[in-house]
Design a protein around this ligand. Structure first.
Ligand code: ARG
Length: 367
């Protein structure tokens, strides 16, 4: 098997990259992102490096995940240290600091025997592929069958963003929910890797704040000649969509964990129901929106951001008992790790990983 080989989200995992909080900074306010402190009051969002203590707590939980994976016989790799406190100045923009290497899923994706680096959609994440480049070179040098594609970098200049998006009142958001217009315009190719979900030949791409229609067109034109089929998907009740893995999470052939607050468009659901896939709603999360750490920008639905170790074993967050019970009832073995201290870095178990090698090959689940 090629050293890079992963066609879906569930086949038996052999090698994975687990993110690291070392060097992490707060995400800066920029045209594509308006981070807010959770809870009462209107506190300004902090800037610059995260505290040593916050980094230490997150790194401990990331190491805990790495240890559980190693215990399952999975080879675990980690990103290179990177100084995210450096500011950036490109021809298109300036930004005061960068973000972190906690969520490799957001920027890197394995599509079969090929590694693809996403364009990204935010200035502070423009160079986020860098902590992974040494690994990419390693795989690329080790095996001639490994492909490596880098998507065209957008300017991320002011003109790439629609600033009024952030001011739309909720009624306007509701009215516009079918247009899929978000904070990024349609003029340049923009996508984050985490807006994709892999099902063998078929790849879903969520249109979102972090992936536009030009990005989906680029993916279609790049991947379809290689034998993939690219399907745009939409979850119109998510007014701030970004990254598909807290919304629509395949667990094994025929089974998808769905978000009860964010149903998929009817026309897009058919592809699954007509092929006898079951869509099962995740239970209400134990950690509510009020329990999310103050600097966390994600929703309570991080609960459903599970990582599959195989088609019958999933890793869940330790506190999410109702979800674990659902997994047992669906016939899964469940492993748990504490992960709440990672949430303020943009994600949970699936986000904080990047599959390098899983068993299996390219199947057609939707013939
Ligand atoms: N926007 C999602 C939510 O709040 C979080 C997605 C996290 N995923 C990721 N790959 N970073 O529900």
């Amino acid at each position: 098997m090629p050293v890079v080989n992963s066609w879906n989200e569930w086949d038996t995992l052999r090698e994975v990259v687990v993110g690291s909080a070392t060097g992490a900074c707060f995400e800066p306010t920029e045209p594509g992102n308006r981070p807010q402190v959770r809870g009462p009051g209107d506190l300004p969002f902090p800037t610059g490096p995260k505290s040593d203590e916050a980094v230490h707590r997150a790194d401990e939980q990331l190491e805990g995940l790495a240890a559980v994976l190693a215990g399952q016989g999975v080879t675990v790799r980690r990103p290179e240290p990177y100084d995210f406190s450096r500011s950036l100045r490109t021809p298109g923009f300036e930004v005061e600091n960068q973000y972190c290497a906690v969520c490799p899923r957001d920027v890197m994706i394995t599509l079969g025997n090929e590694i693809l680096e996403a364009t990204m959609s935010r200035r502070a994440r423009y160079f986020e592929y860098e902590p992974y480049r040494k690994l990419v070179y390693g795989y690329w040098e080790a095996d001639q069958r490994v492909g490596w594609t880098v998507a065209p970098k957008p300017t991320m200049a002011d003109s790439m963003y629609r600033q009024d998006f952030w001011e739309w009142p909720l009624e306007e958001r509701h009215a516009r929910m079918h247009d899929s217009e978000f904070c990024v315009t349609q003029d340049e190719v923009v996508f984050d890797a985490a807006d994709m979900s892999r099902f063998g030949r078929d790849i879903l791409v969520q249109e979102s704040m972090t992936t536009n229609r030009a990005g989906i067109r680029w993916l279609k034109r790049t991947l379809e000649p290689k034998g993939f089929r690219v399907h745009p998907v939409h979850f119109p009740l998510d007014y701030f969509p970004s990254h598909i893995d807290c919304t629509f999470v395949p667990l094994r052939p025929g089974l998808i964990l769905t978000n009860p607050d964010r149903p998929i468009r009817d026309a897009e659901r058919r592809m699954f129901t007509e092929n006898d896939w079951k869509l099962v709603d995740a239970p209400e999360p134990v950690l509510t929106n009020d329990d999310m750490p103050p600097y966390c920008q994600s929703s309570k639905w991080l609960s459903m951001n599970v990582l599959s170790v195989s088609p019958d074993t999933v890793i869940c967050e330790e506190q999410e008992k109702p979800l674990q019970d659902l997994m047992y009832s669906l016939g899964f073995e469940v492993l748990t790790v504490p992960f709440r201290d990672v949430f303020e870095y943009g994600g949970s178990l699936h986000c904080a990983t990047w599959d390098i090698r899983r068993d299996g090959t390219r199947e057609d689940y939707f013939p």
